[in-house]
Design a protein around this ligand. Sequence first.
Ligand SMILES: Cc1cc2nc3c(=O)[nH]c(=O)nc-3n(C[C@H](O)[C@H](O)[C@H](O)COP(=O)(O)OP(=O)(O)OC[C@H]3O[C@@H](n4cnc5c(N)ncnc54)[C@H](O)[C@@H]3O)c2cc1C
Length: 447
Amino acid sequence: MDRQNFIKNSSILTLGLSFSKLYSPLLMKDENVGTNWAGNLAYSAKNIVFPKTIDELQKEVLKINNGKALGSRHSFNNVADTQTTLISTSYLDKIISIDTKQSLVWIEPGIKYGTLGIYLDSKGFALHNLASLPHISVAGACATATHGSGDGNGNLSTAVQALEIMKADGTIIKLNKNDPEFYGAVVNLGALGIVTKMALSIQPSFQVTQEVFENLPMSQLEQNFDAIYKAGYSVSMFTHWIDKNITQVWVKKRVDAKPTPKVKNFFGATAATTNLHPIKVNSPINCTDQMGVPGPWYDRLPHFKMGFTPSNGAELQSEFFVPRQHAYKAIMAVESLHKIIYPSLYVTEIRSIAADNFWLSPAYQQDMIAIHFTWKPETDKVMKILPMIEEKLKPFNYRPHWGKLFTIAPSALQSRYPKFKNFLAMAKKMDPQGKWKNNFLNRNIYG
Ligand SMILES: Cc1cc2nc3c(=O)[nH]c(=O)nc-3n(C[C@H](O)[C@H](O)[C@H](O)COP(=O)(O)OP(=O)(O)OC[C@H]3O[C@@H](n4cnc5c(N)ncnc54)[C@H](O)[C@@H]3O)c2cc1C
């Protein structure tokens, strides 16, 4: 499918819009509105604004009746879309200060992890973890509970210690861990207002090595799942769901951790002899260095380097979280669909995420594993496969990634979050006129 058809078709599907509405003159757009990163979603906003200061942001917020904060455009669904005004945070990207006493960095929302990481490391500091790519904005990532991997690592939003949010009336609310509402405000789906400032927890900088092992039989997971994930600070498994084979295991170890011997055989998998891309046919030049070569945390915890295309490029993504104790059964439940999945798949990644206390976090009060799918840009086929995967994962009360493609009914989705009603009440209180409502929130939160 060519790029234009890809955008057109998947926009219609994910937005539930009719073809005529998508091209209605009423929706004449500012040409800067554009698409999301993957190109599967043409934003339906009429215009986009780029405030450079908090004062400019306030003026824009007061001008509009409806709009949506936009980060770095990396979500695959319409969570960041609106039919009115997109408010880009791309120029609100400053590092405000480092508070060494409290081990915090204060930042503006639009800064990307890649930029922040290099700066923090130059000052001797680090964040606890990163996602597979450094190209995403901090506020956009935290709003959807974006995560990396690691048994002891909460998702990226767990670094947030305080934040400030501009509400629909232009006033700013400040929240920190002493406020009960803080736990609803960090993973916020853009429903509460525009995050203007965040304080993230920092620690002394550390080095990480990355080793990759190839071809681990899935049968090893039944007895050794915990041992495999305990082998590093952050561990990811990749599979194409062919021959019950985990094609690659990426083991990221902190250099300051208790040293463990280098092994050639890892639960039946063999140590790679060269750098690899998770989609093996792609060049590893896009990937962070492997082969056990130590490097700074910001250049090892993500799989992909800043300045290069992460993942595949033209693609779709979905991800489902299941409680850690069901890991093996859930993986095998998905495996039973392998014949349906693999023809449309680039690669699956399986990661572990530690429990947290954020009301809308998929890891709310439960250690989770996340089964992720990087799909070929075949929207029609993928949207038919997703309900089958979700049906298989239903017995495990799965929760979908907020920023990727999913089909679960809103009532079922809401029932998976014990604090859902608290979040809804908070959203209604902070945004009584529905300034930040969009199709995604109308369906999944307000629906
Ligand atoms: C190649 C690729 C790899 C990925 N890898 C991972 C991964 O490893 N782990 C993972 O968990 N996810 C991953 N994702 C998904 C991605 O991290 C999430 O979709 C994330 O939300 C994207 O951040 P963004 O800045 O692009 O936000 P956007 O997509 O622009 O927005 C997401 C949400 O954040 C809100 N938002 C943005 N800024 C603000 C603000 N200042 N105030 C309030 N709300 C705001 C928006 O309104 C929207 O609701 C990946 C995506 C891609 C394309």
